[in-house]
Design a protein around this ligand. Structure first.
Ligand code: AMP
Length: 405
């Protein structure tokens, strides 16, 4: 059985075709600049050559058609027809409070996702365009939605409510939702496996440190807190996002810059984080590390401030769970940046952690960095959101088949 995983943005569409038995990626690619000049598709069959082709793609319909055409192509394709796709799994950003797990998509589900679109105005409508295009072109294939927010729906009220008048939660559903849920779920599950324990026995702190970054507290298998909030702007300092700040800074800056709320939010989303704090050096940790090594003090401060934020969240989540059994690093920075892991681990020593410098050189691989006798394990588990989506999609489709039979 093959599962097609789709991650659709407003002008791009990423895809992976995954064999659900071997869990191998059969092909993957990306359509970019959909709806504008210079649109192109990059397609990479497993074991074959990656090829980028310019192709007019006026809309997502055309992009999905191009993906199907590539997947079934005689030369670069990996399947003969759409019949070899058992289901499509869609990455959906915001499920609000309606979706605590993956779901088979029908008209009712689409309407429910539309209803919460005001919570993710940039993402949900774009995700739905992808869903609609796939349904139109593959009407026989079941579509499953896997939400970034779903895993965090287990958070208790005390963790997801903000300290603002309760009516804003009641009337507008303003609360912490959290994101990267598919990753936090996958990584915490895998970490438990690597430790030879059940996730239900452990208190795990997952640090998903990519360009967007969030920390979660996974207490006996359930997310009980996470650093992103109503939107992905809250929490850690990120590549270009500010993360936590005094909300009064927004009106203060509007006043100083004579700008609108949108302009200030754009600064907080796109020009802040380590990019902004380093004085514009970069949002990429490789560039920042190189600059810091060459004596750039602002780059060094940005790296120090980043590590401090992560350390603070780990400490907070250990307090929330009454301790921790494992701290897990994942995503671009977490998987590859040993020096950053070492900086962060300086703040977790009080919990009884250690990091082996030799093993900490590892990049992009599963590794336990701590000593077996440490009270808290420190480890790296590369995330694989596409595989997690494929697994959840398969489970939904199989559960549906069982019901029918
Ligand atoms: P992600 O959003 O998970 O794809 O992570 C992307 C980020 O990971 C990039 O912006 C880099 O800052 C970081 N990254 C990727 N590779 C490395 C590396 N080898 N060393 C340090 N940081 C890296």
């Amino acid at each position: 059985m093959n599962i097609l995983v789709i991650n659709c943005g407003s002008s791009s569409l990423k895809y992976q075709l995954i064999d659900s038995v071997s869990e191998n990626v059969l092909a993957k690619g990306i359509c970019e600049r959909i709806g504008s000049g210079g649109a192109c598709i990059t397609h990479a069959p497993a074991g074959g050559e990656k090829k980028k082709t310019e192709l007019p793609m006026p809309d997502h319909h055309a992009a999905v058609a191009a993906v199907i055409e590539r997947l079934t192509d005689k030369e670069v394709g990996v399947i003969r027809s759409l019949k070899e796709i058992a289901a499509v799994g869609h990455r959906l950003v915001h499920g609000g409070e309606k979706f605590a797990s993956a779901v088979l998509i029908d008209e009712e589900v689409i309407a429910a996702i539309e209803e919460v679109s005001d919570l993710a105005p940039l993402h949900n409508p774009a995700n739905l365009i992808g869903v609609r295009a796939c349904r139109a072109l593959m009407p026989e294939v079941p579509m499953v939605g896997v939400f970034d927010t779903a895993f965090h729906q287990t958070m208790p009220r005390k963790a997801y409510l903000y300290g603002i008048p309760l009516e804003y939660y009641r009337d507008y559903r303003i609360r912490r939702y959290g994101f990267h849920g598919t990753s936090h779920d996958y990584v915490s599950r895998r970490a438990a496996e690597l430790l030879g324990k059940k996730r239900e026995e452990l208190r795990i702190i997952v640090c998903h440190l990519g360009n967007g970054a969030s920390v979660s507290a996974v207490d006996h298998g359930r997310s009980v807190d996470t650093s992103m909030g109503l939107t992905p702007l809250e929490g850690l300092m990120m590549g270009t996002r500010s993360g936590d700040l005094d909300p009064a800074i927004i009106t203060f800056l509007m006043d100083k810059l004579n700008g609108s709320a949108e302009e200030v939010l754009s600064i907080l989303n796109k020009k802040s984080g380590v990019l902004g704090l380093s004085g514009g050096v970069s949002n990429d940790f490789r560039d920042l590390t190189a600059a810091a090594e060459n004596g750039n003090e602002d780059a060094e401060t940005a790296l120090e401030a980043y590590a401090l934020r992560v350390g603070k969240y780990i400490g907070a989540y250990a307090a929330e769970m009454g301790g921790a059994d494992a701290i897990v690093f994942t995503a671009g920075v977490g998987e590859n940046d040993g020096p950053m892991r070492a900086r962060i681990s300086e703040y977790t020593k009080f919990l009884g952690t250690s990091v082996d410098p030799e093993r900490n050189r590892t990049r992009g691989e599963e590794v336990i960095l701590s000593a077996p006798e440490d009270a808290v394990a420190t480890m790296v588990v590369p995330t694989n959101e596409e595989l997690a989506i494929a697994r959840q999609t398969l489970a939904i489709v199989q559960a549906g088949d069982e019901k029918k039979s």
